[in-house]
Write a protein that binds this ligand. Structure first.
Ligand code: NAD
Ligand code: SER
Length: 313
């Protein structure tokens, strides 16, 4: 483990910032190279090496891998569900070509491992809405979901055909206080905490009874590292693992906030993101991840609310 050199692509994003900090803690600052199209997030400044990279530029990616003697890549650069519906062609290009560039280079340079996240967005209206299983009918209706589902099969293909050890999680909506979310349908569950503190009110872009699967960032980071460090023979799913922790609606997160801020009020003005949310399951069955590599969440809704308000307050 300590001989690894890690490249994180999309390190300035919502997950990237926290994953970079966690991996630097674990593997040593100099062994984790952060890369992004945009400037370094201020939380990363002074914590380790940072390089500018467009993942679409395969030659530059290959040069970086060679120059830094990279052994693992975490690919986090993608266009998320809401932004993707506004720019379908761009979302497809980035989400597919970025992944193919990384998979090709992992194969050519014989990297030890690749992490690439999929999403609950692979599921569509024909999938079971409650406790959606690992294997089921999967007919995504967003370009983001289509790109994630295709990506899952590219990952499995590179594993089966070329032995590239790619591992993946279908993240639910991620909630965090360190870095801002980047254009997803679940972003309301971050915004609501910021506005509860700054304005004591929030207008949600989803209906108040819209249940979606969610995960607090500390659990997401732990899941990612646990999956990546699990012995290869425990990883039976080479597309992407369902994982679950929370399932709540805007009304429920508002009630959780009102325990601490009684004057907080929620109103709802659903927009185009309601259609996306309505196409996804309300909750996820993660029994396969629990069985294969021991996944267990730690935060429930109130514990997450308390932690979010404490850190943002
Ligand atoms: P984000 O939008 O916050 O961050 C993505 C980062 O990638 C940004 O910093 C962006 O500048 C960078 N980027 C974009 N294009 C790039 C390019 N061409 N080259 C290099 N960098 C580029 O996204 P996130 O929420 O951190 O998501 C990371 C991954 O996790 C994505 O694959 C996303 O689909 C997946 N995911 C996220 C969530 C969530 O709730 N955040 C849920 C499910 C899956
Ligand atoms: N949180 C993500 C989104 O809403 C799910 O992948 O796009």
């Amino acid at each position: 483990m300590h001989n690894e050199k890690i490249l994180i692509i999309g390190a300035s994003g919502q997950i990237g910032v926290e994953l970079t900090l966690a991996l630097r803690n674990r593997y040593g600052s100099a062994n984790v190279v952060a890369a992004d199209l945009r400037d370094q997030n201020s939380l990363l400044e002074g914590t380790g090496p940072y390089v500018s990279l467009d993942v679409m530029n395969k030659d530059r990616l290959r040069d970086l891998v060679a120059q830094h003697e990279i052994t693992q890549i975490y690919l986090l650069a993608a266009m998320l569900s809401a932004t993707g519906e506004r720019n379908p062609a761009m979302a497809w290009d980035l989400n597919m070509q970025g992944l193919l560039n990384v998979l090709d280079i992992a194969r050519e340079e014989k990297l030890n491992k690749v992490f690439w996240p999929s999403s609950i967005a692979v599921f569509g209206p024909s999938s079971p809405r409650i406790n959606c299983p690992q294997q089921t009918i999967i007919e995504p209706t967003t370009i983001y979901g289509i790109s994630k589902y295709a990506g899952e099969f590219w990952c499995r293909y590179y594993w089966q055909r070329y032995g590239v050890d790619v591992r993946s999680i279908r993240y639910p909506g991620l909630i965090s206080y360190k870095s801002a979310p980047g254009g997803g349908t679940t972003d309301y569950a971050v915004e609501i905490y910021h506005e509860a503190l700054s304005k004591q009110s929030y207008t949600c872009f989803l209906r108040e009874d819209t249940y979606l699967p969610m995960l607090y960032m500390p659990d997401a980071i732990r899941a990612t590292i646990e999956l990546m460090e699990a012995p290869a023979d425990r990883i039976a799913v080479r597309t992407s693992y369902n994982i679950a922790a929370l399932s709540f609606s805007p009304a429920e997160v508002a009630a959780s906030i009102q325990r601490k801020i009684p004057s907080f009020t929620l109103s709802c003005q659903p927009d185009y993101r309601q259609v996306i949310a309505d196409s996804w399951p309300q909750s996820i069955d993660d029994s396969v991840a629990r069985h294969d590599w021991g996944w267990t969440p730690q935060y429930n809704l109130d514990a997450m609310t308390d932690d979010m308000l404490q850190h943002l307050g």
